[in-house]
Design a binder for this molecule. Structure first.
Ligand SMILES: Cc1cc2nc3c(=O)[nH]c(=O)nc-3n(C[C@H](O)[C@H](O)[C@H](O)COP(=O)(O)O)c2cc1C
Length: 184
């Protein structure tokens, strides 16, 4: 069984595709937070057993979705006993605008990990921002503190930018490699 868990919320399927790409790269299990902000059965146990936890949320109104925040608030139970201390953490987000205040969401995911006493893994990926850059290049958005994707407001989840999904997949690989290095 994998010891990396991607826990995410997605209202309309875009962030879910990103979660699946991260999970593919990391060889991770995915846990979807539902429309009521709840985890599936055994979700909390799977998080407790994880070596690495990857948070994912769409950016809604300049921050994580309320469903993700409900999950985050519920994580105060393991927080009280610092049950997630020294686990590896990472995060990703997706929104309609290239900027769209996605950084605020990633910053929140980081703060949540820090409250839990975790160790944060960034993207470790250089941005593609030269004149020759193309939209489907790796890390075209240029995120260092996690992975970001941009899904045009009228695009279905099936029409997400392949470069953003590949960025997410390689981010997952980095998380797995880092987790492997920390294995005792
Ligand atoms: C309630 C709501 C608020 C949103 N706020 C933002 C925002 O602040 N910035 C942005 O760029 N896009 C925003 N969007 C667009 C979503 O981030 C975008 O459609 C995203 O792909 C949705 O991901 P999902 O399919 O995983 O829910 C918002 C969408 C909704 C429904």
């Amino acid at each position: 069984m994998t010891d990396i868990v991607v826990v995410y919320h997605s209202g309309y399927g875009h962030t879910q595709r990103m979660a699946q790409a991260v999970a593919q790269g990391a060889g991770a299990l995915t846990l979807a937070i539902d429309g009521e902000g709840q985890l599936p059965a055994q979700g909390w146990e799977q998080l407790a057993a994880a070596r690495a936890i990857v948070f994912g949320s769409p950016t809604y109104m300049g921050g994580p979705s309320w469903q993700f925040k409900r999950f985050a608030d519920a994580s105060s139970r393991p927080w009280f006993v610092q049950a997630w201390r020294d686990k590896l953490f990472a995060g990703f987000t997706n929104s309609a605008s290239v900027n769209g205040n996605k950084q605020t969401t990633l910053d929140y995911l980081f703060q949540l990990a820090m409250q839990h006493g975790g160790i944060w893994v960034g993207s470790g990926m250089l941005p593609s921002n030269a004149s020759a850059a193309r939209r489907d290049d790796l890390n075209w958005i240029g995120a260092f503190s996690g992975a970001m994707a941009q899904s045009p407001a009228d695009a279905s989840a099936a029409d997400m930018h392949p470069g953003d999904l590949e960025t997410a997949r390689q981010f997952g690989e980095r998380i797995a490699q880092t987790a492997g290095r920390l294995k005792s």
